[in-house]
Design a protein around this ligand. Sequence first.
Ligand code: F6R
Length: 611
Amino acid sequence: MCGIVAYIGHRQAYPVILKGLKRLEYRGYDSAGVALVNHGLHVYKKKGKVADLEDTLVGKDLQGSIGIGHTRWATHGEPSDRNSHPHTSANGKLAMVHNGIIENYAPLKQELLNKGYTFASDTDTEVLLKFIEDIQINNECGLEEAVRIALRRIVGAYVIVIVDQDHPDTLIAARKGSPLVIGIGKGEHFLASDASPIVEYTKEVVYVNDYEVAIIRPDELILKNLGNERQTPFITKLDIELAAIEKGGYPHFMLKEIHEQPHTIQDCLRGRMDPAAGTITMAGVQNHLQQLVNAPRIIMVACGTSWHAGLVAEYVFEELCRIPVEVEYASEFRYRNPVIHHGDVIVAISQSGETADTLVAIERAKEQGATIFGIVNAVGSSIARQSHAGAYTHSGPEIGVASTKAFTGQLAVLTMMALKIAAAKGTIDVKRYQHLCAELAAIPEKVAAILQKTDLIKKIADKYKDARDFLYLGRGYNFPVALEGALKLKEISYIHAEGYPAAEMKHGPIALVDDRLPVVFVATRDSYHEKIVSNIQEIKARKGLVLAITSENDEVIPTMADDVFSVPEADEIVAPLLSVVPLQLLSYYVGVAKGFDVDKPRNLAKSVTVE
Ligand code: F6R
């Protein structure tokens, strides 16, 4: 979490940093700040969103062609002006921004307190900066060397960027465990937590690796490891366009991203699946096909929405490939002592590719000899780079904090992967394989048809927006969709919502049902259909309000439900790609009706790079 932007070159730094921070607000919006060097160090910071900072800076001296900026998701210390970044050194000459957590900050702080340092904030960041300053004084060394010495003693994750008023031609940055991209311009450099603040200035970027320190001047980029050895910067070309990270006429990124799904799913299938020829081309799967086909077990590791995609995949892989699948929360898996057998394949699923728990989980699994297959959206991200093989979801930048198009992209990749493995393993017959390829290929058009009916969902959202609680129920492939629907509603509308397997409801949650409880049934036509019809009757018998997501032409459920939203017919294996879309829209419209900032829900951040 937290977004970092920095600039050094021939332009005014402030406008570049401000625009970049606005693009990175999805990473946190508890406070924002900038530090500029121009005949001295000028630091401005404010609790609240980047726009609040901008308002307070009208009329201030914002000159300078070197600067750093930060948008914060609070970890150590409540959101407040004093805990905002940048933090400054005791001598007032250095300013630093930080993304991550310094785990051993407490003993370091004690050491510094004993030496007489005082602290203006509750943050681990200020501790690290003063620790660096102290090393500089004791060792009589330059900032670069002091940073390297300090970082060798740091436990935790960080990206830091430091400006020094005595050296207004140099930025010092370093990374471990959190992302840092450096854009290379002509006589200028741009630093950011992801490429979105950089893409309009340059397409040439360097992704800084863990344990690297960057010394950046307008015309020079030097990378070193913590042992002071020069590293060769590996320059890659960005393939995102500016339009992809702007709202394009939609009131919110979330709505834009929901509506992009016909295209993003198509982009995910494009060049991979050829339903006419019956082929699926996925280099990452092909290169590890024997390992995947012979895997005694697949373990899906992910968090949040990506974990829900893993749950759908569990059903799909077990059905089609006959490989046992376990789905693990990365945050639990990494702290356990999980049993990993020879040949097990770990599938790590992540939109951002930077989720700290998922990243560490795969590092642990790698140490035990597992093969890691990454399913990631953000190209060049840490999880993509840490995986042995993988497949990108090609969903484009996802800016809205609630994940939507990345989820359907993950489902599309996982389904293609399962089909390819099943075909190689001989666990699927040709007819079913071809049928499922055709069903998957038809999804983009069917999602487009669902999006034609947003007005109906909006009406339903208005009707239920004041409910205190929601229950989401589904069976089989639609059970994870019920979990995802409940998560979306919680995030965006702050309404308590629970997802459950529909049959499990009888074992407890049914006690919640009364005439004020909306129960959302994800009940598209599948092999469980009759069973879920019975579950709907059980809810109606207790006067619950039923909102059903059904398949078109379902004649039974509409006679029982209070409200119905139908989606096109589809094979049950690909049905979650459709049934989730009205649930995304429902949460969006409930959130909007309640007047909340759906792109920046409270307490959340897009990329959870803390553990
Ligand atoms: C929910 C949401 C989160 C993420 C989770 C994992 O809308 O966005 O639950 O799914 O933080 O993030 P990634 O997929 O980036 O690893």
